[in-house]
Design a protein around this ligand. Structure first.
Ligand code: FPP
Length: 269
């Protein structure tokens, strides 16, 4: 199996992949793609040139994730806050997304990748919604990596929608007095109900923020921030992030293995 994976990677990727433990790969990786504007500015190009260059980064990252068998990858492609950008940039991003979906479906199918979306899809331009639906249906039969694009996404809106959806479901099932609220119920009403929580969240371009991305789901995720700007990010960088992730010990609020013997009373004496 590992041999087959290595054959699909380039030399630099293979070098990092050899250091990984294939049994401890993150199941779900979330990525905040940032730095397109700065990438363009450094080259004295318009901001949109950075977005265009960002497509190659998406392609490489998603392909590498699929090759090494990552179960799910979620990309923050357009936030609710992004509507505040100039209309010309918004229009460009919508066209870019549409074109990406049209061009990418054959490759997604070749790599057995299933496409999903999170966010308030119904508020996006209708032609974009149609293209999204077409791309989703065209990849629905795939059984490998789930690629979820966050479009018109806001984590707070997702929680608001989840609470509304819980109340709606309860009122159709015997009334709100039967509403049971616990973590499992909330999780089952989030846009991400088709996914496990991310184990790793990657943010490019050095900013140390979550920017309203998957606030509920990232509760226990490992955070990896790289100074690499998104258009320069490739599968190789994703593997580096996974290597860092594997060096960390995840404790979920518990203790490190072996530390349970350090009894507080004795330590205080
Ligand atoms: C953040 O960079 C990036 C975005 C708001 C858009 C992300 C879009 C892409 C990567 C294009 C392709 C995506 C798909 C799914 C086809 P920024 O503009 O905020 O950069 P800055 O912080 O340097 O200004």
């Amino acid at each position: 199996m590992q041999h087959k994976v290595l054959a699909g990677l380039d030399r630099k990727e293979a070098e990092v992949y050899r250091q990984l433990d294939p049994g401890r790969l993150p199941k779900h990786i979330a990525i905040i793609m940032d730095g397109n504007g700065r990438w363009a500015k450094r080259r004295h190009m318009p901001r949109v040139a950075g977005h265009r260059a960002g497509v190659a980064a998406v392609r490489s990252t998603v392909e590498t994730a699929a090759r090494i068998g990552i179960h799910a990858i979620t990309l923050y492609a357009f936030s609710e806050e992004n509507w505040k950008r100039p209309q010309s940039e918004i229009d460009f991003l919508m066209r870019l997304l549409s074109r990406y979906l049209k061009a990418e479906v054959p490759t997604l199918n070749k790599n057995n990748i299933r496409l999903e979306y999170i966010g308030r899809q119904h508020e996006l331009p209708e032609d974009v919604q149609d293209r999204m639906e077409w791309a989703r249906a065209s990849t629905a039969h795939n059984t490998g990596t789930v690629l979820t694009l966050a479009l018109n996404y806001s984590a707070r809106s997702e929680l608001v929608d989840a609470f509304r959806s819980m109340v709606n479901a309860a009122s159709q099932n015997g009334g709100v007095e039967h509403l049971r609220i616990d973590e499992e119920t909330v999780a089952n009403h989030l846009y991400t109900r088709h996914l496990p929580d991310p184990d790793l969240v990657v943010r490019t371009s050095g900013e140390m923020r979550l920017s309203n991305f998957l606030l509920w789901q990232l509760a226990y995720a490992e955070i990896y921030v790289t100074s690499t700007l998104w258009p320069d990010f490739r599968g190789f960088h994703l593997l580096e992030a996974i290597a860092q992730y594997q060096k960390r010990e995840r404790r979920y609020g518990g203790l490190n293995h072996g530390d349970a013997h350090a009894e507080p009373a004795k330590v205080l004496k």
